[in-house]
Design a protein around this ligand. Structure first.
Ligand SMILES: [Zn+2]
Length: 123
């Protein structure tokens, strides 16, 4: 049973490669958020300055939690201090989480892709 429960994308690449990809993802999200924590709105120390276990270290917070089927995709993540990420735990995303997520989508240009109608603001 165990293996069948795992999503294919989780099963394939070696762990080290996955970690590297997640780190690059976090760097991108960090840049899109301008280094501001999505949890408390304070700046997060530069990504390379802190050890991963530091409470202020930048972390990838799942907007849809892993327990509810959320993935590590960039679209499902906001950047938060480790302590702010741990504060939320598996609770539902807050309004702020969703606003930050929307901002990241805009920064990466994903929002309007293939949808010309949504760029027409009624003018
Ligand atoms: Zn924070």
């Amino acid at each position: 049973m165990g293996d069948a429960m795992r999503a294919p994308c989780e099963a394939s690449p070696p762990v080290r490669k996955r970690r590297y990809r997640r780190r690059r993802q976090l760097v991108k999200i960090y840049a899109a958020q301008g280094g501001i924590c999505a949890g408390c709105g304070m700046s997060v120390p530069d990504i390379d300055d802190q050890r991963r276990s530091h409470p202020d270290a930048p972390t990838f917070d799942h907007v849809t939690s892993r327990a509810q089927g959320g993935t590590y995709h960039t679209l499902n993540g906001v950047m938060k201090h480790r302590r702010c990420n741990e504060d939320r735990g598996d609770r539902q995303p807050t309004g702020c989480d969703l606003i930050w997520q929307a901002l990241i989508e805009v920064k990466f240009g994903w929002v309007y892709a293939g949808s010309p109608a949504s760029t027409d603001f009624g003018a």
